[in-house]
Ligand binder design. Structure first.
Ligand SMILES: Nc1ncnc2c1ncn2[C@@H]1O[C@H](COP(=O)(O)OP(=O)(O)O)[C@@H](O)[C@H]1O
Ligand SMILES: [Mg+2]
Length: 168
């Protein structure tokens, strides 16, 4: 599995990000975790909203930033746990907030500001780092951590290729 090197996209538009979210959603398995890194305004919450749009989450469940509540839970084809750890400092804080239990789930866990997890990161996750080359574009760097995502590495490469070919 040494082939699981980070996959870097070219600068992508919002439209391409939506396409990517759609293709990625088709790869999800129960128990998956995505760690979403990137500064304020990078597009982490936007990406979660795009993912939610593929999981039959009803319109009554509005997907927004959980910054003030730390955790939002949605039910669709998978149970979705959306965390935003921005206001926390470290893993002790995450534990004190009662969030560690949610890392062992059978749904889909999407975590903004996962840096705050410190040593409490799960064994298997897909790390998505979002960078901002300009106001309209983002680059994604995908790193498959643990066997569960490493086995999907070639599929990740394939969807990034498809996305790069999408008209911006
Ligand atoms: N290519 C792009 N990908 C993602 N977001 C983009 C892109 N271009 C512009 N944006 C805008 O950037 C903002 C990202 O905000 P948000 O998702 O709340 O960021 P974060 O949760 O990382 O703080 C949104 O207003 C979104 O429309
Ligand atoms: Mg956010």
């Amino acid at each position: 599995m040494s082939s699981a090197y980070p996959i870097r996209t070219q600068p992508i538009t919002l439209r391409q990000l939506k396409f990517f979210a759609q293709k990625l959603s088709a790869l999800f398995e129960p128990g998956d975790t995505l760690l979403l890194e990137g500064g304020l305004g990078a597009g982490k919450t936007t990406f979660v909203q795009f993912i939610a749009g593929n999981l039959e989450i009803g319109n009554d469940q509005y997907v927004s930033s959980p910054s003030f509540s730390l955790l939002h839970e949605y039910s669709g084809t998978l149970q979705v746990f959306h965390m935003d750890l921005y206001r926390l400092t470290d893993e002790d804080d995450v534990e004190a907030a009662g969030l560690l239990d949610y890392l062992e789930h059978h749904g889909l866990c999407l975590i903004e500001w996962p840096e705050r997890l410190g040593t409490e990161k799960p064994d298997n996750y897909l790390l998505i780092e979002i960078n901002i080359p300009d106001s309209e574009h983002r680059t994604l760097t995908l790193t498959a951590c643990g066997p569960s995502w490493k086995k999907r590495h070639s599929k990740l490469i394939s969807i990034v290729d498809q996305m790069n070919q999408q008209i911006a």
